[in-house]
Design a protein around this ligand. Sequence first.
Ligand SMILES: [Zn+2]
Length: 184
Amino acid sequence: MTGEPRPGLLAWLRSVGAPVPPGITEDDCARLSSSPPESAFEKRPSTTRIVVHHSATRDGSMRHFRVMHRVVSGWTDVGYHYVIGNGILAGDGLVEPGRPAWAVGAHARGSNTDSIGICLVGDFTASLPSPRQAASLSKLLSRLMEEHGIPKDCVLLHREVPGCVTECPGALFTRGFLEGTVLT
Ligand SMILES: [Zn+2]
């Protein structure tokens, strides 16, 4: 935590340039910032890959991305299974669960039925994850890789997912960084 004032959820959506539908209020955002019931989700038939994302925002938390995905994208829930904070709006290195771990996510077009999505808060076109974020990602990946029997080469950056046209997770977050710093 930085001690900076926390904007309301609606103000935050506007601060990141999200196209908020007309008529949405702060109360709507607050209501949609909690998890939907488990019955809203579809079970993921298999888990063979893990995809790493950045938020491409300066700050945020699971709650903020949940509101963005529910209010602006109109999705059932936040698209990611885990979010790792960067110290602004969520603790530095804090791992927050999002979609249920067993559910189909919404984070990598065409590849959601067999993958887990992890989003690190920050914009890695300009800077790297904080050391605490990298350490938390490392621990989380080891646990998930072991749990699902996923090898290193099936831990992908979003831009490495076949069919995904994106720079995510930012130019500075390279395969070399993943393998040299995170997956050690
Ligand atoms: Zn991404």
